[in-house]
Write a protein that binds this ligand. Structure first.
Ligand code: DGJ
Length: 721
């Protein structure tokens, strides 16, 4: 998978159809040469000529014709002859930030080592991947940067990370450590980002790259609703199924930067990595800083090909634990059914009705603990409120289990309300700046998880509850962003990242201790939907917006990088609570069962017709749940024109497929669209709607769906005959 040509000092990372090529220049800098379609390893001299350019300074030893300002690089720094965005910045004792990183050594080994304390992709056998480590060193300071590249055998994907070591004899500070940086040659391209807000997450934006810097990031302490730690650089003319796309995703759940900088010669520097406000990480002599992992996916099969590679990788080699492969339960969550207004009988009635239509798990959401009668009090006091739930969680869980269902529970472990016993006992346990007021968000403060005594308390409270009853699922919520980010335990410039590391450490501990519990992450819906958290929790509540039509955009955008199995999606009541829209039960079902499927309403309140449809939706889902969980997604029609959206999921062996069509807003006397299917075996014949049709016909002539009334949907089940 990784070849090294010693003569030209060039590394070829070879995926099934892609190559990632880098070389050591004659002056020892690490040059980026190619990330694209597969090329045979061979000399590439003269491919990227170094030409002298006016106003581009030259390192003294190199002289004319060689400048970092014009060299395509893999690990650019600042302060010397490159004026573009650096990937690594280290502050020396004299306040300067110059680093000249030159090649020192490299090693290639089978497999993929773990990333200490951070989420990362993994292999189950050494033959699945090769890892290249390259050590670069700055002779003047002793700082070393160890770059790590893993090429996966079965995926056109490379994972990258870096570690900065202070091998000098004075303390230094890391100011920037971006996980991936590379310089693409000139080309007509666009930048894809996933943006939005609470209840409107991950809408796709595709904007042509122009000179200067374009990008997104989060300064909120989480990966955020506003921008996702994923970008793609998309060639002009690339469609869903054709053309080149290069995606970068960061396996990290805190502040980040993801950007493209088009320079004076139209080269695009693409970067992704951790980047927190005032980030400043002390490095004592001998100490090291490990940056998170970035995943780089190349596709020659358009955006769809890029997404399918991300999906397979994240689903099978980022997610872990029993529920990576095990069937996820169909759940019913009481949040939109009751909000805080529930008691045991109400919950059991909701569960019992859900059980009748085939739902398998009842999840009790917010409000079961402490003095939590609304969202103003109680966070931090993880003790069941027995006035609401006599006999506690055990009694309720037993009743639910008695119905033949499993029981799940909501927590918000990272938070505390000022109106709570925990805060009254430990007012200094939250992030705060002494002498300044503490800003609240949803009436709550953020616990300083980086302090061991705080993390231990949270761990003990949560695990005590998990041991107290038969709890099979946890919804791990997080409902505000970080402000006054300071801690007595660490210098302010470290606290953002320390928080995320402490969260990962806690999740590692709890998920290892409760391997049979299914964990779903949540942050006011999809405010922390990133590749990193999928390492601990294989599914995420995608958005607090449960309207089926809004979900078309949200799930479409999310699917650019993240697998369907990771997207929590529920059928909720109508009129919808977020946008007051009324949509048919069938459409709500078809949209929700495309993700990690559940319900979030009181089925006792449905009309007999809607209840029958809900039952039919569950039955339809049961026919295809394995296909949806492990199949390949093809986006057939984006919701962008507001007329319709369509997608299909194809089994890996192409023996089955499910096609879904949702009409959005109808047009009078509209033409019948053509729906060309994808991913089928062209030489096979498929049974669809009682007919037997060739895969070639379905893919080249296609189906001719009728655009239905507003918000209606239909599906086609295909089976190879
Ligand atoms: C925000 C979540 O996204 C909702 O689903 C719900 O769990 C509420 N928090 C409860 O406070």
């Amino acid at each position: 998978m990784i070849a090294y040509l010693a003569d030209s000092r060039t590394f070829f990372l070879q995926g099934p159809r892609s190559s990632y090529v880098l070389a050591i220049t004659r002056h020892g800098h690490l040059q980026h040469l190619h990330w694209g379609a597969r090329v045979q390893p061979g000399a590439l001299d003269g491919i990227a000529p170094l030409i002298d350019r006016a106003f581009s300074p030259n390192p003294l030893a190199a002289g004319h014709g060689y400048s970092l300002d014009t060299l395509g690089q893999e690990c650019p720094t600042g302060g010397l002859t490159d004026f573009r965005s650096p990937a690594v910045l280290v502050e020396h004792p004299d306040g300067t930030q110059a680093l000249e990183l030159v090649y020192e050594s490299h090693a290639i080994a089978a497999g993929k080592p773990k990333l200490a304390g951070l989420p990362a992709t993994y292999v189950e056998a050494a033959g699945e991947a090769d890892t290249l480590s390259i050590v670069l060193a700055d002779r003047a300071s002793g700082v070393r940067v160890e770059l790590s590249y893993t090429q996966f055998r079965d995926h056109d994907a490379v994972s990258r990370s870096l570690r900065i070591v202070n091998a000098g004899d004075a303390p230094r500070c890391v100011l920037r450590a971006l996980s991936a940086s590379l310089d693409l040659p000139p080309g007509e391209r666009s930048l894809m980002t996933l943006n939005g807000a609470w209840a409107r997450e991950r809408h796709v934006d595709l904007t042509p790259l122009r000179p200067g810097t374009q990008g997104v990031g989060s300064r909120r302490g989480t990966s955020s609703h506003q921008h996702n730690p994923f970008i793609a650089v998309v060639d002009a003319g690339t469609t869903e199924e054709h053309g080149e796309a290069r995606g970068l995703a960061l396996a990290y759940s805190g502040c980040f930067l993801a950007q493209a900088e088009v320079d004076q010669f139209a080269e695009a520097r693409v970067q992704i990595g951790l980047d927190a406000p005032a980030f400043r990480w002390r490095l004592a002599p001998g100490a090291a800083f490990q940056a998170p992992e970035a995943l780089l996916v190349w596709s020659g099969d358009g955006l769809g090909g890029m997404s399918r590679t991300f999906h397979r990788l994240l689903r099978t080699r980022m997610a872990r634990g029993r529920y990576r492969d095990a069937q996820r339960p169909i759940l019913i969550n009481n949040w939109e059914a009751t909000y805080f207004n529930f008691d045991t009988e109400k919950l059991v009635a909701i569960a019992a009705k859900a059980k009748e239509i085939g739902v398998e798990m009842m999840v009790l959401d917010d409000g079961w603990f402490g003095a939590r009668k609304d969202d103003k009090a109680g966070l931090g006091d993880w003790v069941c409120n027995e006035a609401k739930l006599p006999g506690g969680l055990k009694a309720l869980a037993d009743r639910i289990e008695g119905l033949g269902m499993r029981f799940g529970l909501w927590f918000e472990p990272e938070m505390v309300n000022p109106d709570s016993d925990l805060y009254r006992a430990h007012p200094d346990w939250c992030l705060h700046i002494p002498g300044r007021d503490r800003s609240t968000g949803r009436s709550q403060l953020v616990l300083d998880l980086a302090r061991p005594e705080v993390a231990d308390h949270v761990y003990r409270s949560i695990t005590a509850v998990l041991r107290s009853a038969r709890i099979s699922y946890v919804k791990w919520d997080m409902n505000r962003h970080l402000t006054e980010v300071a801690s007595p335990a660490f210098p302010a410039g470290e606290v953002h990242h320390r928080y995320v590391l402490a969260l990962y450490a806690m999740l590692e501990r709890i998920t290892a201790e409760f391997p049979d519990v299914l964990f779903e992450s949540c942050s006011g819906g999809g405010g922390r939907f990133d590749a990193g958290l999928l390492h601990y929790m294989p599914q995420v509540w995608t958005s607090d917006n449960s309207d089926a039509i809004c979900r078309l955009d949200i799930q479409h955008g999310t699917s650019m990088a993240y697998p369907l199995s990771s997207m929590g999606a529920h059928v909720s009541a109508c009129p919808n609570h977020q946008v007051h829209r009324t949509t048919p039960m069938l459409t709500r079902g078809h949209v929700a069962f495309t993700g990690a499927f559940g319900f979030e309403l009181d089925l006792n309140k449905l009309s007999p017709e809607d209840l029958a449809t809900a039952r039919a939706v569950v039955a339809e889902y049961n026919r295809v749940r394995d296909l949806l969980a492990g199949g390949d997604l093809y986006r057939l029609r984006a919701p962008a024109d507001r007329r319709a959206a369509s997608w299909m999921v194809v089994a890996p062996d192409r023996s089955r497929a499910l096609v879904t069509w949702v009409s959005i807003v109808a047009e009078a006397n509209a033409p019948f669209p053509v729906l060309r299917l994808r991913g089928l075996d062209p030489s096979a014949r498929y049974r669809v709607d009682g007919e037997v049709v060739g895969g070639d016909v379905l893919m080249s002539i296609g189906l001719r769906p009728r655009i239905g009334h507003d918000f209606t949907s239909r599906t086609w089940h295909l089976e190879r005959v």
